[in-house]
Design a protein around this ligand. Structure first.
Ligand SMILES: [Zn+2]
Length: 126
């Protein structure tokens, strides 16, 4: 059998928190995954391409057994935090993202995000 390199191994959809933004998940079997992976390694499990209004998410993270829709919402909220506040600062994006989830009534995701923010910065947010 030939080992197929799949260029189509992605999933694309509108961001749940802002439908003017697109989200693309790139899975490890994708032809270009290895080169994109370096960006994930620098920036975490996702990154934002502001001029393309696109969030790119690491499919390796999405396919982990612990990953839920709430984790997807947290990633989206975080990247929108970078977009809306026009900053690369992670803490600013996290806090903005948390508030956005609250505002959009995504309370389960917000609860998980609050724990994550506590673990990262030792601050209690509400
Ligand atoms: Zn970030």
């Amino acid at each position: 059998m030939t080992k197929a390199m799949n260029v189509l191994d992605t999933l694309a959809f509108a961001c749940m928190l802002d439908t003017s933004i697109n989200v693309i998940v790139v899975y490890p079997t994708h032809l270009l995954y290895e080169s994109i992976k370096q960006l994930f390694d620098n920036k975490g499990s996702a990154f934002l391409m502001p001029d393309k209004r696109l969030i790119v998410i690491d499919g390796d993270v999405v396919q982990q057994p612990w990953f839920t829709k709430n984790h997807l919402l947290i990633i989206e909220a975080h990247e929108l935090g970078h977009l809306y506040t026009k900053t690369d600062d992670e803490r600013t994006a996290d806090i903005f993202g948390y508030k956005l989830l609250r505002k959009k009534n995504k309370l389960n995701a917000a609860k998980i995000y609050a724990r994550l923010i506590y673990d990262r910065y030792k601050i209690t947010i509400n």
